[in-house]
Design a binder for this molecule. Sequence first.
Ligand SMILES: Cc1cc2nc3c(=O)[nH]c(=O)nc-3n(C[C@H](O)[C@H](O)[C@H](O)COP(=O)(O)OP(=O)(O)OC[C@H]3O[C@@H](n4cnc5c(N)ncnc54)[C@H](O)[C@@H]3O)c2cc1C
Length: 462
Amino acid sequence: MVSPTVVIGAGPAGLTAAHELAKNNRQFLLLEPSDKIGGLFHTEAYQGYCFQLGRYLAAEPCRIYYRDRLFNYPLSLTNALKHLGPIDTALSTFSSLKARTTAILLPVLDPSLDPYPKTLESWLLERFGGHLYRIFFETYIQKIWGISGGKLQSELLPFAPNTFEGKSSWKQYSSIAASMSATVQKNTRVLRIKHSNYRVSRIFVQKGDEITAIASSHFISTLPLSDLIQRLDPPPPPAILQAANSLSHRSAITVPIIVNIKSLSLDCELYIQSPDYKVSRIQNYKNDPQSIHQGIDPNKTCLGMTYFCTQGDSLWSTADADLIHLAKQELMSLGFVTDDALIEQGTVIRQPNAYPIQHISGVRAQALVQDYLERFKNLQTAGRSGLHTDYGLTHAMLTGSLAAKNILGEQHNLWALRSSTIVDKSLGQVLEQLLGQAMESDRSPDSLTAPAAQKTTTPLYF
Ligand SMILES: Cc1cc2nc3c(=O)[nH]c(=O)nc-3n(C[C@H](O)[C@H](O)[C@H](O)COP(=O)(O)OP(=O)(O)OC[C@H]3O[C@@H](n4cnc5c(N)ncnc54)[C@H](O)[C@@H]3O)c2cc1C
């Protein structure tokens, strides 16, 4: 008898892998250390408000707040110039024209030059010029990533949010998550992964105080690469451990705040570029058609204030009460609420490992880890942090699905989906189509490990 495939992590990648196995009558064991499914992409509830984390809100408008003015998001050159004063407009126009002319002329003058910019900063400079880069991107990149754009790979750009993560992948994800939710073994953390000759024999998991061993012939991990490598027993060579540990993440803290105001003049999503504020993003859940609000006072509004940080830094270590205080202060100082008596209560949600950092020096480390893991015959790594990418939901789901298909006999290279050759925005649509086809070909086998998928567009509360 074929032993159940062990799928580690019930985020979008793990759920999709399990779904694919179930569709093909294959048994699986889906393990999740928390009591929720969905990973970064799960639904939280606070005082009757439900909202999806790990997702940029689908509705418009989303805007950028800079020097008390609002600019379109995503930023367009024409809109930026329209709202900046005459001096900034003149400087921006000049630097933007200069950057674009240089980008066209340089490859002609020196054909040996690589036409694709290497860093996030050079990519943005080429498109917007130095002046707009300094206004709109420099500090925001620092806020999100904790490092300058000159140290980040340009690879993540084609997958920047809102470029392709459309509503269809959200629907597909909701459907898959609904079908898999009953089958997840929650509160179960993988501690150790026992292997020899590049074959995993069993894993040790902890649930409560109990530690048990689970044997299987196939394993799919969606753990961050560093977590996966650290759990291998015996440990890999020190160079591999060191490389994996260098693949770090940024974390996110969201502070939902309830304001005693029926309707705030605040967009669905607002990006705060200014370094004067620690908050990077404010979401108005009331303006998000996909959020659900049950049994709450319609005269109130729930906002989500998001702060980016590094696990263990001063922001991450700040006590919840102080974070709520900070969020309230910043909301007042931004002018969205004028009377602090109107700000009622708040809570704190921490998301570790939210953004895999695509550091330019990480290319070699990733290659080393990839090369090592590819030697394993029955262990695949999938998903966002499992491949150390900053791509979105569709990519995570696709890699989970392909990992399962590999077990069913197909041959897909999941790492290739994160290669630096992916520079074409249209790939997003291709991924969407592939996932769409996977859903269309859904069938309802008689005996599934998990219940058959139910198509639903309702946001889920996990
Ligand atoms: C603030 C934010 C906004 C985002 N917005 C968007 C967006 O608008 N569009 C979009 O497409 N994507 C967006 N994303 C990205 C999206 O959330 C991720 O791409 C997606 O969740 C990745 O899925 P995953 O399954 O690969 O990883 P994850 O969601 O990280 O899931 C990994 C799972 O592994 C589990 N795990 C960890 N340790 C263990 C262990 N020891 N044993 C067992 N399991 C373990 C975790 O608990 C988790 O459930 C956003 C992310 C963030 C943080």
